[in-house]
Design a protein around this ligand. Structure first.
Ligand code: PLP
Length: 475
């Protein structure tokens, strides 16, 4: 399997060659040159597999440059009940991403049972093991520089902690994350993890990362890398749980299901789109946004209009607060018949902050083939949905999953099971849970009192040169 760029001007690459990088050199995103097609016999055989074995079968179709036995071992060590141990509602940790039944034909799928209680662990844990393996093989090292407002940074740190030849430098806005989120990150004592709290906002932290990454000489000399959501391996890892959810919600491969996906950067639902393109019987992909509705607007109208920072809302489902969706280009590549010239033209506008409109094009007429519907949810919807799920089903939802359920209920099809992807646990968003339910969310036992652990964090002014010096001193 080789990987091509959505903009068409990069040489095809093998999986391990795109694993450690970000964008393709032409500014596009990498995608497989074609999607492997799953036949009925394979689907029947896969239904019986454990999560790790299923993950191996799926990933082996995309990763053909790691020897099968090695890939199998990496996947087996990633997807264990011990890593994804934070199950709730009686879920079976051995299933890794078990379903919680809300009522007949309506489920949540628990993707947040990993170390940081958010779905980003599903892919990031695999990435940690893949990075270590490939770097060891090549005798190379990498220094990951990132900015986080919460979920991504902690997932990256828990995936990379203690890994050979990897250091992580994570910038976060000083005092802007919850006490729990700070404790999750700053209490890590691993020598390869560095937390930098920037006295500013998330955007200041992000700007520093961009400035350092734009300094090509510095980047090459100090082997600076990233683990952001456009990384292809993260998307690939996420395809697996769509298959798992399908098998758990159905009895035979003649049935169809729908998935509802709380969305921000379009990484999670992009994996669902690919699972569907591979032949998984998905009737509908329901895309849910919060107040930051750039994607809902596109799927309703055909207009994609990236927002400015000033137009971007700070919401109570903060991991979906995006101004543009970094993975969306992958879907549009498929929508326009995989024509890189069209994608290049559209993103020439997006990269200048301009909108594009597909509504009057032949591409838009293909939209029904892709199974997408969408909707949006606001703070009051979120609060009401958390109350509804608690009252009706005795299930406590986090704020992002509540957005997913709110929109899912608007798009159910008769006799098609609806699976709402649970992207985080309520314990991460105590304040909003308190507002909705007047009670504290339950926290997994091993995370109780983490706010009291000693913390390792350096506070710095938002100064690019100072951050560069900090890195150089520690490499
Ligand atoms: C990252 C995140 C999302 C959004 O996922 P995308 O892949 O960016 O669409 C939703 N919910 C939670 C809890 C997240 O951490």
């Amino acid at each position: 399997m080789r990987y091509i760029s959505t903009r068409g001007h990069a040489a095809p690459q093998a999986f391990c060659d795109i694993l450690l990088g970000g964008l393709a050199p032409d500014g596009g995103l990498y995608l497989p040159e074609s999607y492997p097609q799953i036949n009925r016999a394979e689907l029947d055989a896969w239904r019986k597999l454990s999560y790790a074995d299923l993950a191996y079968e799926i990933l082996a179709k995309f990763i053909t440059d790691i020897p099968p036995a090695d890939l199998k071992a990496l996947v087996a060590k990633t997807y264990t009940a011990a890593v994804y141990c934070h199950t709730r509602n009686g879920g079976d940790a051995a299933q890794i991403t078990p379903l919680t039944k809300l009522e007949d034909g309506l489920y949540t799928q628990e993707l947040s049972n990993g170390p940081t209680l958010a779905f980003k662990d599903m892919a990031m844990q695999l990435l940690g093991n893949l990075f270590e393996y490939v770097l060891d093989k090549r005798g190379e090292s990498i220094n990951i520089l990132g900015a986080t407002s919460g979920d991504t940074g902690s997932a990256a740190e828990y995936a990379m902690r203690g890994k050979h030849n990897v250091k992580v430098f994570m910038l976060s806005p000083d005092g802007k994350m919850s006490a729990f989120q700070r404790a999750q990150m700053y209490s890590l004592q691993d020598a390869n993890i560095f937390n930098i709290a920037v006295t500013g906002m998330f955007d200041d932290a992000q700007d520093i990362v961009k400035a350092v990454s734009n300094d090509a000489a510095f980047k090459a000399k100090y082997k600076i890398g990233a683990v952001n959501s456009i990384n292809w391996a993260r998307v690939a890892a996420q395809i697996v749980y769509y298959f798992q959810g399908y098998f758990l919600a159905t009895k035979s491969n003649d049935e169809q299901v729908a998935f509802a996906v709380p969305s921000g950067n379009f990484g999670n639902i992009c994996a669902g789109h690919i699972a569907r393109q591979m032949g998984l019987p998905i009737a509908r992909l329901v895309l849910a946004t919060n107040e930051n509705d750039v994607l809902d607007e596109f799927f309703r109208t055909g207009v994609y209009r990236p927002r400015t920072t000033a137009e971007t809302n700070v919401t109570s489902s903060p991991s979906m607060d995006i101004s543009k969706a970094s993975n969306f280009e992958r879907f549009v590549f498929d929508l326009v018949g995989r024509d890189p010239a069209v994608v290049s033209e559209l993103w020439a506008k997006v990269d200048k902050g301009q909108a594009f409109d597909l509504s009057a094009t032949v591409h838009w007429s293909k939209m029904p083939d892709f199974g997408f519907v969408s909707g949006k949810s606001t703070h009051i919807d979120r609060i009401n949905t958390i109350r509804f799920a608690q009252g009706r089903y005795n299930v406590m939802l986090d704020t992002h999953t509540a957005d997913g359920l709110k929109v899912a209920l608007e798009h159910r099809l008769p006799s098609v099971p609806m699976i709402v992807l649970e992207t985080a646990q309520p314990a991460k968003f105590e304040e909003t849970i308190r507002e909705a339910l007047g009670q504290e969310p339950v926290r997994p036992v091993d995370l109780m009192g983490i706010e009291k652990l000693p913390q390792r964090v350096d506070v710095m002014a938002p100064d690019v040169e100072a951050v560069k010096r900090y890195l150089v001193e520690r490499l």
